[in-house]
Design a protein around this ligand. Structure first.
Ligand code: NAD
Length: 520
């Protein structure tokens, strides 16, 4: 399978001799799903050239035309929803219930949202802010966007990058993660069928160090939008700095889950298990460190351990499966390594903490895992594990709970669990994160922004706020006096009005003509 450039599938520029290919593997079975050609710098250059070529016409298309394409795209995706969900589950191993209930419908809703939002770009009202001029705002497309996406929600991450960009009139070259390029290709093909002009949305299938770096450093790319780990995000930012590109970064997370002693325990326990295990914990906003106020601590740990024990691991295509495999063997080893080191450092694994055997040993599975007695400064509490692992720590005062929640380099998401309105207000105000849920953890909606604080990056995905990322705001200022010599010229010309004159003797906007002005 090949990349998608200028409206069609294209073999790599280097020739398809098989040497530059990558196997997309089903992590539940280890079997190859598809073999994909790997893009090199020449392919990146071709995709960027296609996007550059398409930009003038697409950026000048009326918003209603862009909206019409996106509306048709939403309908096409709806027709193909089941097929796309199958491909998504096959390449990621995520349970089919998640693909059909979250990834695909969430993406379709995003498309529908941006179809409407394309016609609603906003700015300050035009007006005479200086008195002597009429000012107005133009919100303009930036140009060619180079976008790099991760493997955990391949379709949704592609949509979050592509939709605001093209709705605002930009063109884009997307590099999905090499492990999971298939649904991004289906998305681009559906967009072309929906009437998106060739070159507006291109997909290159390649790895990070080659295709990713070529894309983010390409001199004809005007903006880079990246979703992935904080370490690669910093590298992307450094590469983009060489040509002073605009950068949008959605990076890692280590979301705290703060349970105050008046919380609904059952809700908190269910919330913690669901939010730590969703997508096998490979979710940037997953609950990863629960802080529980001392009176509820023991009951919370016991409740989470019991509930985790009911989670069914299995074939992602069996509708009874709750948790699928991790994305790869490499990720499985990474997660196992974190848990082993936590054990060695004195933490206690109350549930899970192992690679399952039997049937499941064919895939990259890892048991739902609950860790207690880890130190706040230990790596399992501080670093992103990106697996089905929840660490639980106790706290005493409200101050301490909030302090621990903020004791992290990350700031993507957090939740507070309490029935007290003042506690919840305080938590939402004082926790440094781009999203703070109260009495829930995970839900997202197209109308509201998603984005991080601190090492979790900057910029917003989804919602009208994402247009801030993908547009330039231009101030246009018209002289409204029709006089040749403006009052402000007195700062330059010595024969202008006396600057020492008191302000109340300044000419009003209606007679703003300096002595000697002729008007027109
Ligand atoms: P990653 O950083 O390893 O890779 C992300 C993408 O970057 C991939 O497409 C990869 O090929 C590419 N890449 C790798 N090296 C590159 C380089 N030198 N130059 C350019 N591109 C390069 O991340 P991942 O393992 O694919 O995804 C997991 C990470 O993504 C986690 O840290 C997770 O928190 C984060 N994530 C964040 C959000 C968010 O919205 N903040 C959403 C999803 C995932």
């Amino acid at each position: 399978m090949h990349q998608f450039i200028a409206g069609q599938r294209r073999p790599p520029a280097s020739g398809d001799d098989g040497s530059e290919r990558f196997d997309v593997v089903d992590p539940a079975t280890g079997q190859t799903v598809e073999t994909v050609s790997l893009a090199g710098p020449a392919d990146v250059a071709a995709a960027v050239a296609a996007a550059r070529h398409a930009f003038p016409e697409w950026s000048r298309a009326a918003p209603v035309e862009r909206a019409a394409v996106l509306t048709r795209l939403a309908a096409l995706l709806e027709e193909r929803a089941d097929d796309i969900a199958c491909v998504e589950s096959r390449q990621t191993g995520k349970p089919i219930r998640l693909s059909t209930g979250f990834d695909v419908p969430g993406t379709i809703d995003n498309v529908a949202f941006f179809a409407g939002a394309a016609r609603n770009l906003d700015g300050k009202a035009a007006g005479e802010y200086s008195g002597d001029h009429t000012s107005l705002i133009r919100r303009e497309a930036i140009g060619v966007v180079g976008s790099v996406a991760p493997w955990n929600y391949p379709l949704q991450m592609a949509a979050w990058k592509v939709l605001p960009a093209i709705a605002a009139g930009n063109t884009i070259v997307l590099k999905p993660a090499e492990l999971t390029p298939l649904t991004a290709l289906l998305f681009a093909e559906a967009a072309a069928e929906a009437g998106l002009p060739a070159g507006v949305f291109n997909v290159i299938t390649g790895n990070g160090p080659v295709a990713g770096e070529a894309l983010v450093s390409h001199p004809d790319v005007d903006m880079v939008s990246f979703t992935g780990s904080s370490a690669v995000g910093r590298r992307v930012m450094a590469l983009a700095a060489a040509t002073a590109k605009r950068v949008h970064l959605e990076l890692g997370g280590k979301a705290p889950f703060v349970v105050f002693d008046d919380a609904d325990l059952e809700a908190a326990v269910h919330g913690a298990v669901a939010a730590s295990l969703i997508n096998t914990g490979q979710d940037c906003t997953a609950a990863t460190r629960a802080y529980v106020q001392r009176p509820l601590y023991d009951a919370f740990v016991a409740g989470v351990a019991d509930l985790m024990g009911t989670v069914r691991l299995g074939d992602p295509f069996d509708v009874r499966t709750d948790q699928g495999p991790l994305i790869s063997r490499q990720q499985q080893q990474r997660v196992a390594g974190f848990v082993e080191r936590a054990r060695d450092a004195g933490a206690k694994v109350v549930r899970g903490g192992a690679v399952p055997d039997g049937e499941l040993s064919r895939g990259a599975y890892y048991e739902p895992t609950l860790v207690i007695d880890a130190h706040q400064r230990s790596e399992i509490v501080q670093d992103e594990v990106f697996g089905p692992v929840l660490a639980v720590l106790p706290f005493d005062s409200d101050d301490q709970g909030i302090e621990l929640a903020n004791d992290s380099p990350y700031g993507l998401a957090a939740s507070a669990w309490t029935r007290d309105v003042f506690r919840s207000l305080r938590a939402t105000r004082e926790i440094s994160a781009g999203c703070v849920w109260v009495n829930d953890h995970i839900p997202i909606i197209s109308e509201m922004p998603h984005g991080g604080y601190k090492s979790s990056g900057f910029g917003k995905d989804m919602s009208a706020y994402s247009f801030e990322e993908y547009t330039n705001v231009k101030h246009v200022m018209y002289d409204a006096t029709a006089v040749a010599r403006k009052t402000w010229h007195r700062t330059i010309f010595h024969d202008g009005p006396d600057l020492s004159e008191p302000r109340d003797r300044e000419p009003s906007p209606s007679n703003a003509t300096a002595p000697g002005d002729t008007g027109r």
